[in-house]
Design a protein around this ligand. Structure first.
Ligand SMILES: Nc1ncnc2c1ncn2[C@@H]1O[C@H](COP(=O)(O)OP(=O)(O)OP(=O)(O)O)[C@@H](O)[C@H]1O
Length: 592
């Protein structure tokens, strides 16, 4: 309960604010609230999804102009203009998102700059929208016959919207859908391998952020009763991003704190600096520029994580008791031991003139560990990528559980029961171990983000967490469930990746160099774990450089060199195979 005190204090402060503040301070608090609404969208987009946008002010403008134009010229009911604004923003965000979100690196922020400018110029140059003068004479907003004309009335509306957004987004992030959204930061390769449709989630985040901005613009229009293009400029879009960064863009409360810490001092400096300096001018921009640099240097994650450290902590682990009774998700029917799981037939992969894999064929059966080994550059990772549908082979066939998969994408093969780990660990370091593992069960759940926002997914969520806990228990890491994944040593992080793959309930486990960077004892424990999984009937294909580890664990070994399969057999046969000795040691001694 103690950890809730700051939240209760904040809500109480909001409740008593209308009695304490009047006139300009009240209006300022409303402006801060409107900024919070926009910044919360940016927390979702940038902090959660890792997508940077400078163009949110344009969506605020769409909400404001839709309200202003439709009420003044078409005599629409103000609440209908909200629906129209949301529809307009959604369509614009889907179209813009579809075009820009597939761009990576600096192209995305640059394209948000471009649309921010374009939409702003449209407002200023359109005679229908009143050009630079804008639209005046917007009628007051009324609710149940009650006209909203006073600042304190808007205060209630604005902060009710803020708190609802915080509550629904908090719920959403604490769910299957939220984990999928957060997985975007782990890179497309990992997220897609877990079955997350990354394009869909990027667009959802983009649309939600645009809709929040639209709501802020809509309220702004009825609060001001006139609109012009100035508040929707690119500069304002950049300021919203600053607010998020100052507060801590990765956290919802960071967005709230950032809006307060940015908007209030800025306004104070704007009004007082000219008199302090004895000349007029916008000097606050200079001071803010310097402050931004200091904050970015001293607190790159924003101020909220530092403030949060002062907060009373939640004592019990979040789901320790709540999901104790929930049953794990239903498992798929496992293939019988010895059944054919994976079959490669003459798989060839070319990169231009280079043949990275040349007509490779082998099989993996249920309940066996097949190791793929070979010197550097032999073509193992390329083949691994073909099997896990990261890139299609140039020719040849790959059949998984009897079905061709060489033209499938990662999500499809994940859905069919193929799950993988990565050579370079790809966990979400700030997320708990349990949540990371639960991401593996993404495809086994159904509920949408709307259901999650309203907590209608709790029964399913409990089962997903029970499944994740089950997978952690199989891997012997249950007691680490609530630690941030990034705080674990590398060896345990690799095991967490295996647990995440197990949460998908796979028939085939693909492990990419699972023993890399592990110490002797960690390797032994990993060997015991994989041996146990084999006993459970899982088929395991691993790419590995550590020959001792491979020879002790694998049932069969496939050896590659220069893109060719040079040997296949039992570990003891491979050890003495002349071609393998030649490839590894240049013809001297034993392969391991
Ligand atoms: N995307 C690519 N474009 C061009 N060539 C590539 C590409 N990916 C891999 N190759 C080449 O294919 C060959 C096989 O590389 P691959 O990474 O599959 O080998 P590997 O056996 O996994 O090596 P390592 O053990 O060092 O990871 C190498 O010559 C590599 O340079």
């Amino acid at each position: 309960m103690l950890y809730r005190l700051p939240l209760i204090a904040f809500i109480l402060a909001l409740c008593i604010a209308p009695f304490m503040l009047h006139g300009y301070p009240m209006l300022m608090l409303n402006y801060v609230g409107l900024s919070v609404i926009v910044v919360l969208g940016l927390v979702l987009l940038t902090g959660v999804g890792g997508l940077t946008s400078f163009g949110q002010a344009a969506f605020v403008g769409m909400g404001a102009y839709a309200a202003a134009w439709l009420t003044t010229t078409q005599d629409w009911n103000p609440w209908l203009t909200l629906l129209a604004g949301l529809l307009l923003t959604t369509v614009a965000a889907v179209v813009l998102g579809w075009v820009t979100l597939r761009m990576s690196g600096h192209y995305l922020p640059l394209s948000t700059l471009a649309w921010g400018i374009a939409i702003y110029l449209t407002f200023g140059n359109s005679q229908t929208l009143g050009g630079q003068t804008g639209i005046t004479g917007i009628p007051p907003l009324s609710l149940f016959g009650w006209q909203l004309t006073e600042s304190w009335q808007f205060h209630i509306l604005i902060w009710a919207v803020v708190l609802s957004i915080i509550w629904t987004v908090h719920n959403m992030l604490d769910s299957r859908e939220g984990r999928a959204m957060r997985a975007l930061k782990g890179g497309t390769l990992m997220a897609e391998a877990m079955g997350v449709n990354t394009t869909r989630f990027k667009i959802i985040l983009f649309v939600l952020a645009a809709q929040y901005a639209c709501v802020a613009g809509w309220i702004y229009a009825y609060m001001q009763r006139f609109v012009n293009p100035t508040p929707f400029s690119l500069g304002q879009g950049i300021e919203y991003l600053f607010m998020g960064v100052v507060g801590g863009i990765a956290e919802l409360w960071g967005g709230v704190v950032g809006s307060f810490l940015y908007a209030l001092p800025r306004e104070w400096l704007h009004s007082h600096l000219p008199s302090l300096l004895g000349r007029s001018g916008s000097f606050e921009g200079i001071i803010f520029g310097v402050l931004m640099i200091i904050i970015l240097q001293r607190a790159p994650e924003g101020l909220w994580p530092h403030l949060h450290r002062l907060w009373p902590r939640r004592v019990s682990a979040p789901d320790a008791l709540s999901n104790a009774a929930a049953a794990p998700l239903d498992s798929r029917l496992r293939p019988a031991r010895g059944e054919l799981i994976l079959q490669l037939n003459a798989v060839t992969k070319r990169f231009g003139g280079l043949v990275a894999n040349n007509a490779i064929s082998f099989e993996v059966r249920a309940g066996e560990v097949l190791a793929l080994i070979g010197p550097n550059g032999a073509g193992k990772s390329t083949l691994f990528n073909c099997i896990s549908a990261v890139s299609p082979p140039s020719s040849g066939s790959i059949r998984f559980l009897g079905k061709p998969v060489e033209r499938c994408d990662s999500r499809k093969v994940a859905r069919m029961g193929m799950s993988r780990t990565f050579q370079h660990v790809r966990l979400l370091p700030r997320m708990s171990v349990l949540d990371n593992v639960a991401l593996g069960a993404h495809l086994r759940g159904r509920h949408s983000f709307v259901a999650s926002a309203w907590r209608l997914d709790r029964a399913q969520e409990q089962r997903i967490l029970a499944t994740a806990r089950d997978a952690l228990e199989r891997c012997g890491l249950c007691e680490k469930a609530h630690l941030p994944a990034g705080s674990l040593p590398l060896g345990q992080q690799r095991v967490v990746e295996i647990a995440r793959a197990l949460a998908a309930d796979p028939s085939l486990l693909l492990l990419d160099e699972p023993a890399a960077g592990l110490r002797y004892l960690e390797k032994r424990e990993l060997g015991i774990l994989l041996g146990r999984l084999r006993k459970e009937g899982l088929a395991i294909l691993l790419v590995e450089h550590d020959l001792d580890f491979v020879m002790e664990l694998a049932d069969r070994v496939v050896v590659m060199d220069f893109g060719e399969k040079i040997a296949e057999g039992l570990p003891q046969e491979i050890r003495r195979h002349p071609a393998v000795i030649e490839a590894y040691l240049g013809g001297v001694g034993d392969a391991a």
